[in-house]
Unconditional design. Sequence first.
Lengths: 160, 174
Amino acid sequence: MTEEPRLSEQEIIERLAPTLSRTTRIRAVAALLAGMTGTVLVSTLWWSEPGPLPGHTHLAFALFTVFCLLWTGYGGWLLTRRAPLFATDQVIAAWISLAAALATTGVVAVVAVQRGTGTGPALAVGGLFIAGTLALTVRAHARRAALLRRMRELTGREHR
Amino acid sequence: MTDELLVVRAQLGERAALAELLARWRVPVWTYVRRMLDAERADDVTQEIWLAVVRGLPRLREPGRFAPWLFTIARRSVTDRLRGEYAWAKEAPVVDDVVAEDPAEAMVDRAALVSFLADLPVLEREILVLFYLEDLPVEECADICRIPIGTVKSRLNRARRLLREHLEEKGYRP
């Protein structure tokens, strides 16, 4: 039997290019971060609003928070199922998310202080955001270090 | 370079390692798919498998077990296409669980095996492809098909017997 695959290696790689492209990964990380920072910002502003709010304002805040949560979910789905983030990409993405968490928390804290209400909840939500992204950063570094260690072991074994 | 080293390098983000893995496993994956499906669907399904591999590679925790992981993905794509056949396929009762010296085994050179595979039921065909054409050990076949090792052995026995009957019907002599 001389039948062979019709798709060459090059053709398969070309068809995988959109999945492996940098744009796909950037879009996925951006969607997740936009969703997360938006959720933190909107929900903190909502909680820290001084005085009682009219019903339609509550509705608007709720809708906006849901919208941001949907973006978070979409970004998470893209990153876990559609756009592969390899170990080095994960380290970069984790640092970007940590920077975004710090910036968001800073903005939220400043707004809360200026309004004079809700500083505690704002810092608590921001702190959670920072802690989460910090954990991701530590995990990404540990994973990459473990892979590099394994690569050195295997390379050494092959050279022996 | 071992598969494990290539997988680790690919997981770190090295595109050349990914391309090398693809070059190394392109034909084995296609062979499995083609023996399970017709020629029209084989290329599309193969592409779909590679897409799933690329997407799932960062989450592969045991780079040393790349082959069974790859064939598990391949099997999932194939079973999606053969849902009907798998649903109807039944585990036949084991007549003789002893792996006896089987005359069919002597006939099982690859060319003969390939030409008769299409006549076999899906469960037996699958196990013969994985064991004989892909040279995977029984333990990995069990992992891929999600069945106990004993079931792999009994399916192999049954598949050999069916294959021998087919070969004899068609007048093939070892």
